[in-house]
Design a binder for this molecule. Structure first.
Ligand code: HAM
Length: 421
């Protein structure tokens, strides 16, 4: 029988890599705490309509990429393709808006999209992200971008990451812009792809997202959304830019940046990295002032971003020195089956006292066990043989300088403490 393999586009995270994941996770937790954000964890599957209503029916994510199935009672369920919708659902369900005027949340976890796998694009991937509810002011936008900036900085990616920034205006502005864009495109509509023609009907702004060169050419000279900003939109965007300048966060205004999800209004942004190749977005986000209301909650502004953790780790490979240091304190070498109970008892006591300790359950020779002890990077070895068993003693060896002494078993903890303090 052929061995069973993992599903295309999904990956195991093996011990050689999990240290890097933990480094990234701890950076995210540290920076989020520094900004007063608290973690939220939501289920990996939700009702399908949560995503179709928020992300948008005709987006790639909802129309092509969701893993959905019908549950026994006929409800359509979906493995979450993104987390903003789930967080908004939870925010509404638990009345978080009533508990405090501002809710600052962060999350980490797996997401699922049936995309064509390539470098930096998986079918199961991981994001960390943040969402802030309650403020529509540009200082909130600045805070969100600053969090991304601090995380990138801690990850050694500040220099290579470039902030692409745009405002797609408020819904009022977009209504006028959509009309103008449609009028501009209409005479050439038959030259556009089926996807773009569908976007023309449902969300014309997203036609700007087209990757087809001939469509991009047809769009040159068309109206830009900034011509249709309301006065408030203008002030909001200009103030955000001023705040970013004040924090020395460089940005590039990219009027083509519209993002692939329908819920955005005003600020949208991405941090991109040339190290990633075709899939160059490290993270993306924006403001979604109408989403809470659209999903049945009390009108509440919101803004956030999510970052691809696999993409962060690809980019970090070039920048961060990976630490190889072992965190094992003691390797227990037991040379005789009769000593196993004593070995287990001492091991238990030391672990309870906070030491990390590994032992060899293969009952190998002294030579083989000592080889493993050195390979493990442990600082000390405890060696228990027949002679030591007879005298209630044990050998404590410093694996760094090779010095060893015979001590009483009952004193192991104290002797180790002396050497490690
Ligand atoms: P998104 O742009 O769809 O936004 O995804 C955010 C990030 O997730 C991307 O920039 C990328 O780094 C990573 N990503 C997306 N798809 C894949 C994939 N197939 N494989 C690997 N990485 C991927 C959102 O998900 C929004 N919920 C962001 C947001 C939060 N907006 C407001 N709040």
């Amino acid at each position: 029988m052929n061995p069973i393999r993992s599903i295309k586009g999904t990956h195991d995270i093996l011990p050689v890599d999990s240290h890097n994941w933990q480094t990234l996770e701890s950076i995210v937790r540290k920076i989020c705490a520094r900004f007063g954000y608290n973690e939220i964890r939501t289920p990996v599957f939700e009702e399908t309509r949560l995503f179709s209503r928020s992300v948008g029916e005709e987006t790639d994510i909802v129309s092509k990429e969701m893993y959905s199935w019908e549950d026994k009672d006929g409800t359509s369920l979906t493995l979450r393709p993104e987390l903003t919708a789930s967080v908004v659902r939870s925010f509404i369900q638990h009345n978080l808006g009533r508990q405090a005027p501002l809710q600052r949340l962060y999350y980490m976890g797996p997401l699922f999209r049936r995309e064509r796998p390539q470098k930096g694009r998986q079918r199961q991937f991981h994001q960390f992200g943040i969402e802030a509810f309650g403020s529509e002011n540009p200082e909130q936008d600045a805070e969100i971008i600053a969090i991304a900036w601090h995380i990138l900085d801690e990850c050694g990616l500040r220099k290579e990451a470039m902030l692409q920034l745009n405002s797609i205006g408020s819904p009022k502005c977009r209504l006028a812009y959509h009309d103008a864009l449609k009028n501009y495109i209409r005479p050439n509509l038959d030259k556009f792809s089926e996807t773009s023609r569908m976007r023309f009907e449902i969300n014309p702004l997203r036609i700007l997202d087209t990757k087809a060169e001939h469509e991009q050419k047809l769009l040159v000279g068309g109206p830009t959304v900034s011509d249709y900003y309301t006065d408030e939109d203008k002030v909001h965007f200009e103030t955000l830019k001023k705040f970013l300048d004040a924090m020395n966060i460089p940005f590039n205004i990219n009027s083509k940046l519209v993002r692939g999800l329908d819920y955005y209004s005003r600020t949208v942004f991405e941090f991109t990295s040339p190290a990633l190749g075709a899939q160059d977005a490290l993270l993306g986000g924006g403001r979604y002032d109408k989403l809470v209301e659209a999903l049945g909650g009390k009108s509440t502004p919101g803004i956030g971003f999510a970052a691809g953790m696999e993409r962060f780790l690809i980019a970090m490979k070039n920048t961060v020195q990976q630490s190889e240091e072992s965190n094992i304190d003691v390797y227990f070498v037991c040379l005789d089956e009769a000593g196993l109970s004593t070995a287990l008892s001492i091991s238990n006591e030391l672990r309870q006292a906070g030491y990390s300790l590994v032992s060899d359950p293969l009952r190998r020779s002294m030579k083989a066990q000592m080889r493993e002890a050195n390979k493990s990077g442990a600082k000390f070895a405890l060696i228990l043989g027949e002679t030591e068993m007879e005298t209630d003693s044990i050998v404590l060896k410093n694996l760094k300088d090779g010095k060893q002494e015979i001590i009483q078993q009952k004193n192991v903890k104290d002797e180790l403490r002396k050497l490690t303090n």
